[in-house]
Design a protein around this ligand. Structure first.
Ligand SMILES: Cc1ncc(COP(=O)(O)O)c(C=O)c1O
Length: 382
């Protein structure tokens, strides 16, 4: 059995999305900047896609800028807001994705911005009282806090954070890569200045994403070149990617309730099965708290054992693709900076299972029985 439980790293392309993309990989090959018929047809597909994305997020098309993915959108929001808006202080947290952390650390090293880390509670959630403290001593900061953590699933109440930021005239960027397409975003209600999306996290293609910029938040171009993306990002557009992103988001919104119900059931079932079959199992962060975590992520903490160094490898051999942390660190020996910030005890086996619409209950059964088999063999379970 081959099981893909790494949907927080990426997701399978939806065949409906592929169908929407195909014409732009074949007969509709014009350059969208060309003014002849071949170009115009493709230009209008991009603008239709922008309108679709904006409509779903209750924003205006002019507020959506297509990028090469979540990383570029995060980099742009952070760099441009610091450079263009003259912000001198930023607040973030130690459990952000590296697209945010490394960008801010780099700007800090170059002395372009002072940096404060907000405190987290023992589950890895933002201490809002500390955030307020930081804001009150540093008004007009850039606040960059993710909505849903890709490793431990913790959700942040962006409404509350947005109101705090408004009170202290701060600029709010939220990495919404893990929530986009899985939860609704209404930008008339939200107070964020920047949010982002990456198509491959919601069954769209890889290498395409977007940045939302609140009107009135003036930023410099993020790529100099041609006049694409209204002079903000030069370079011939990833047309089929953009068309695929819009289709994937449309499907995600259309089917959201059903998919959420299905995936939540799988997560609940896996928690119950693990608790029933593996003595001493626990869950990292808030990931077992169904109200306060992404329904797509379950970060499991398994009993101490010699086996744990080879846990992901053993799962892989059994056909189960899961992750030990974010995809970026799973290929190297570097441990997860998120679990590091939580002080999880080093001997335990940590596996992030992340679910998607194509997963089944039988796959959960297989993963749990594989884990049970491994720990029984090791003598950890009787
Ligand atoms: C929370 C978060 N932010 C940013 C990214 C980066 O997105 P992309 O791979 O599209 O650059 C990811 C994906 O790994 C993510 O999970």
């Amino acid at each position: 059995m081959k099981v893909f439980f790494d949907n927080a790293a990426t997701t399978r392309l939806d065949p409906e999305v592929l169908d929407a993309m195909m014409p732009f990989l074949t007969e509709q090959f014009g350059n969208p900047s060309s003014i002849h018929a071949h170009g115009r047809a493709v230009r209008s597909a991009i603008e239709r896609a922008r309108k679709t994305v904006a409509g779903l997020l209750n924003a205006a098309p002019a507020e959506i800028f297509f990028t090469s993915g979540g990383t570029e959108a995060d980099n742009t929001a952070i760099r441009s807001s610091i450079e263009t808006l003259g912000l001198t202080h930023a607040i973030t947290s130690p459990v952000e994705h590296h697209a945010v952390l490394h960008t801010l650390e780099h700007l800090h090293k170059q002395e372009k911005v002072a940096l404060s880390m907000v405190r987290l509670d023992e589950k890895g959630s933002v201490d809002l009282a500390h955030l307020q403290e930081l804001l009150s001593s540093n008004p007009r900061s850039l606040v960059s806090l993710m909505q849903g953590n890709n490793e431990i699933g913790n959700l942040l109440d962006l409404q509350v954070v947005g109101e705090l930021c408004a009170e202290y005239d701060a600029i709010l960027h939220s990495d919404t890569v893990q929530t986009m397409g899985h939860y609704t975003h209404d930008l008339q209600e939200m107070k964020a200045h920047f949010i982002v999306g990456a198509a491959h996290k919601f069954h769209g293609p890889k290498g395409v994403g977007f940045l939302y910029v609140r009107p009135g938040t003036k930023i410099e171009p993020f790529m100099f070149g041609g006049a694409q993306e209204r002079n903000m990002r030069g370079g011939t557009e990833n047309v089929y990617g953009i068309v695929g992103l819009a289709k994937a988001l449309e499907i995600a919104y259309r089917d959201m309730d059903n998919h959420r119900r299905h995936i939540e059931e799988l997560k609940k079932y896996m928690i119950a099965q693990l608790r029933a079959n593996i003595e001493g199992v626990s869950f990292n962060g808030s990931s077992a708290d169904l109200e306060n975590s992404l329904y797509t992520v379950l970060n499991v903490s398994l009993p101490s054992s010699e086996l744990n160094d080879m846990l992901l490898f053993n799962l892989d051999i059994s056909g189960i693709s899961a992750s030990g942390g974010s995809a970026c660190s799973s290929g190297s020996n570097v441990g997860s900076h998120v679990l590091g910030a939580l002080n999880v005890s080093p001997g335990r086996g940590n596996v992030r299972f992340s679910f998607g619409k194509y997963n089944t209950k039988a796959e959960v059964d297989y993963a749990v029985s594989t884990l049970v088999g491994l720990y029984e063999k090791e003598g950890v379970l009787k």
